[in-house]
Design a protein around this ligand. Structure first.
Ligand SMILES: O=C(O)CCC(=O)C(=O)O
Ligand SMILES: [Fe+2]
Length: 365
């Protein structure tokens, strides 16, 4: 296990975000399995954040996906709004800058300075958040009937490759779903490691994590650059904990993700590692483990002037009917659990309403 010292700005505070190589575990090596489970246990008990390398998601799938989302976000706003999340009954599609406010620490915080695109499993419209995805359609090409000087000039201009021209809606959807499937598979393997790390049977979370109707959200983000005068302090995403059980985040090389060291109230950078997954524990896992595993607060600082940042968070929120209650290995006999048992669906409804305000009510009405 390697680790990075991220404390340049806060030399007195030690925050360790370990880098865990799971290739041996995935290859079926029993020693590597024990070692990886122990490393997960330590990381989750400590900071609740780690980075996974040696995983199963091919670099080519990541690269195609990142190229696809960058070309989508470069489209004109009017085109992106055609697949706006506000048109979806199940929260799919495009979310414009400021569409969500995740900050849980500061009521006066501005909405998140990010735009997003949300995809889940494609299903008929059903229970909370279940339904069809929204995908961008090709723009109809208009052909002028008679050629004039003006239309000739326009035709010349249209030879210039613009973002609209390079956007390929078929490639976007295909690369997105290939990425979704690959990261969903990885999340199932990570849940297995989490089970082992908690001294449970390896398949303990399988039904939750692999349910074909379970809620998984794959949300791509674009963080536009911030002006120099606001450098370092604008919120790409406000301080929050993740709602679900497990998050796997792919980030580009720009950086900006920070985790909170609660005892000192200091923020620490999570350094980008090409192709790695930042893996963090969400609230459901903290409840399951009776506070043994930490759902740590984090935020994103907007990138400096001139730089666009792209990332993608995959949240495996699991089967809606699961009752989350203190795991048998997370309390001593006779000890009362910290939390009352709760249903995944009820928990998610509450957190969506909090972060989306009135716009979230469409999901539960
Ligand atoms: O983009 C990132 O680095 C983090 C995003 C995040 O925390 C979230 O979507 O919950
Ligand atoms: Fe998050």
């Amino acid at each position: 296990m390697g680790s990075i010292d991220i404390n340049q700005n806060h030399p007195a505070v030690q925050v360790d975000i370990p880098i865990i190589d799971i290739s041996g575990y995935l290859a079926g090596d029993p020693d590597a399995k024990r070692k990886a489970a122990a490393e997960f246990r330590q990381a989750c008990e400590n900071q609740g954040f780690l980075q996974v390398v040696g995983h199963s998601v091919p670099e080519a799938i990541q690269q195609r996906f990142l190229a696809g989302i960058a070309s989508f976000f470069a489209l004109p706003l009017s085109q992106k709004e055609k697949v706006s999340q506000t048109k979806s009954k199940c929260h799919r599609g495009y979310e414009r800058v400021g569409g969500q406010k995740l900050d849980e620490l500061d009521d006066s915080a501005t909405p998140d300075q990010k735009e997003g695109f949300s995809v889940r499993r494609d299903r008929p419209l059903g229970r909370f958040l279940q339904g069809p995805n929204q995908w961008p359609e090709p723009e109809p090409e208009s052909k002028p009937e008679t050629e004039t000087e003006e239309t000739k000039a326009e035709a010349e201009l249209s030879k210039i490759p613009t973002a609209t021209k390079v956007f390929d809606h078929v490639q976007f959807q295909e690369s997105y779903m290939a990425y979704f499937d690959a990261v969903h598979d990885l999340s199932k393997a990570v849940f297995r490691l989490l089970a082992l790390s908690l001294d449970l049977s390896e398949d303990h979370f399988d039904a939750f994590a692999a349910d074909p109707d379970g809620l998984c959200l794959c949300r791509a983000h674009h963080y536009p650059p911030t002006p120099v005068d606001a450098a370092g302090r604008t919120r790409g995403v406000g301080a929050h904990t993740d709602f679900g059980a497990l998050t796997l985040l792919l980030q580009d090389e720009v950086g900006g993700l920070e985790v909170l060291h609660k005892p000192t109230g200091t923020w620490h950078n999570v350094p980008p590692i090409k192709g790695a997954y930042v893996c963090n524990i969400g609230d459901l896992m903290q409840i399951w483990t009776n506070n043994r595993y930490k759902s740590t607060m984090h935020r994103v600082i907007s990138p400096l002037s001139g730089k666009d940042r792209y990332s993608c968070a995959f949240f495996n929120d699991g089967a809606l009917d699961t009752v989350v209650e203190c795991l048998p290995t997370c309390r001593v006999p006779g000890q009362r659990p910290v939390y009352e048992p709760l249903k995944v669906e009820a928990h998610l409804v509450q957190r969506y309403l909090q972060s989306y305000g009135a716009a979230g009510t469409v999901l539960v009405s």
